[in-house]
Design a binder for this molecule. Structure first.
Ligand SMILES: [Zn+2]
Length: 139
């Protein structure tokens, strides 16, 4: 099992772009790459109605399509945002994480119209913490 994952610069940019887009819903998506390196970050559609509050619901069909579109890479895991709540995974987060995947939870602070990153938490399996690293862009 991995004890860290590392975002390459373009993947890091995509992660923050998706997580910081103004929304009343949690943002969710896939982490793709190989071994420990996240090379692509792609958004998934959160199908959970806003009125139901926190949480997300995603369609397996959309995951399968994105996986096929990036067939040269492995799905390393999932990410999603926690607006104004702890970056710790909920019981349903842990229960819904497919075997072998890692998850990165980005805790947001501030108003939904202009969110900021407050904390980042990574884990694998049944809530085993991992380090989340970001590779610097070469000067
Ligand atoms: Zn969650």
């Amino acid at each position: 099992m991995r004890d860290f994952i590392r975002f390459l610069p373009n993947a890091r940019d995509a992660l923050f772009r998706i997580c910081l887009s103004p929304s009343r819903q949690e943002q969710v998506g896939l982490l793709l790459g190989d071994d420990t390196d996240v090379r692509h970050v792609v958004a998934l559609t959160n199908l959970r109605p806003v009125i139901q509050g926190h949480g997300f619901r995603i369609a397996q069909g959309e995951i399968d399509r994105l996986r096929d579109a990036h067939s040269g890479h492995t799905v390393l895991g999932r990410f999603h945002t926690h607006p104004n709540t702890s970056a710790r995974p909920s019981n349903s987060d842990i229960a819904s994480l497919p075997p072998g995947w890692c998850e990165v939870i980005v805790r947001l602070s501030g108003r939904w119209q202009a969110p900021q990153v407050a904390q980042i938490h990574g884990y694998c399996g049944a809530d085993v913490p991992i380090s989340v690293m970001f590779q610097e862009r070469a000067a």
